[in-house]
Design a protein around this ligand. Structure first.
Ligand SMILES: [Zn+2]
Length: 247
């Protein structure tokens, strides 16, 4: 492969995982590149897991309860790192939901990368300092029974709850994606309002959390309100498919 091709791979891996590009560069120095890449990535992953807490970020759990990442992919890609305060706030909120509804698993989505304030976690505009974290909603089956540990879309994002609510003007260049083509693909899983309400309330009442983004029509439907509950504006991603919180 030409150097330009390797450059693109390094760039993509860096954008998606922060440190994966480094693993590819290491693999380029060897003969069996794919095997070397997997090994180098594994070593870098473990090093990040051990060293990130030293520089101020901790990984959210991948397999535990009552709080875990929505998919192990978030862990593999090293997108589950947040500041210790935010991790504590997330654990605390998940415990509160599990106290109210004992079988609940709370699912986290994108947090941040292991290192470096200011390094963007694309496509998010703000997840660059470990102080931001997204949560998935809770869902039910069509009969209204809570679906433990499940989301509508495979990655937790982009299954919008209020597609009918046109609260922003149509713009061509915007991060407010509607993902219309994807919507019919998601299974019929209504949002589980009781648990979602408890989670939002638990996060809002944590003094360390300063802001939550929930789309206004959805906040209204859930019956949650408060000074910390904000609308992110029309140029940023929609928040009727997940909850965004920040310190
Ligand atoms: Zn977010």
């Amino acid at each position: 492969m030409r150097w330009a091709g390797h450059g693109v791979i390094v760039l993509l891996l860096t954008v998606v995982t922060q440190l994966g590009g480094l693993a590819w560069l290491i693999a380029l120095m060897t003969r069996r590149r794919l095997v070397s890449f997997v090994l180098a990535y594994g070593v870098i992953w473990m090093a990040a897991y051990a060293l990130a807490p030293v520089t101020g970020r901790v990984p959210l759990p991948c397999l535990q309860e009552p709080l875990r990442m929505q998919s192990p992919a978030y862990c593999v890609l090293m997108r589950n790192y947040v500041s210790p305060d935010l991790a504590d706030a997330a654990h605390r909120a998940a415990r509160q939901v599990a106290e109210a509804y004992p079988d609940t698993v709370t699912l986290a989505l994108d947090g941040g990368f292991p290192f470096l304030d200011g390094f963007p976690l694309l496509p998010h505009l703000s997840h660059a300092d470990g102080d931001k974290l997204d949560f998935a909603f809770y869902y039910t089956d069509p009969g209204g029974h809570y679906l433990r540990g499940k989301t509508r879309s495979p990655i937790g994002y982009w299954a919008f709850e209020t597609p009918e609510a046109q609260i922003c003007p149509n713009r061509r260049w915007t991060l407010r994606w509607d993902m219309r083509a994807l919507q019919p693909l998601w299974p019929n899983r209504p949002i589980e309002t009781a648990r979602t309400r408890v989670l939002i309330t638990a996060l809002m009442t944590d003094p360390r959390i300063t802001k939550l983004f929930v789309e206004p029509p959805l906040a209204q439907r859930l019956g949650v309100q408060g000074a910390k509950l904000r609308f992110q504006g029309c140029r940023a991603a929609r928040h009727d498919d997940h909850i965004h919180v920040q310190l």
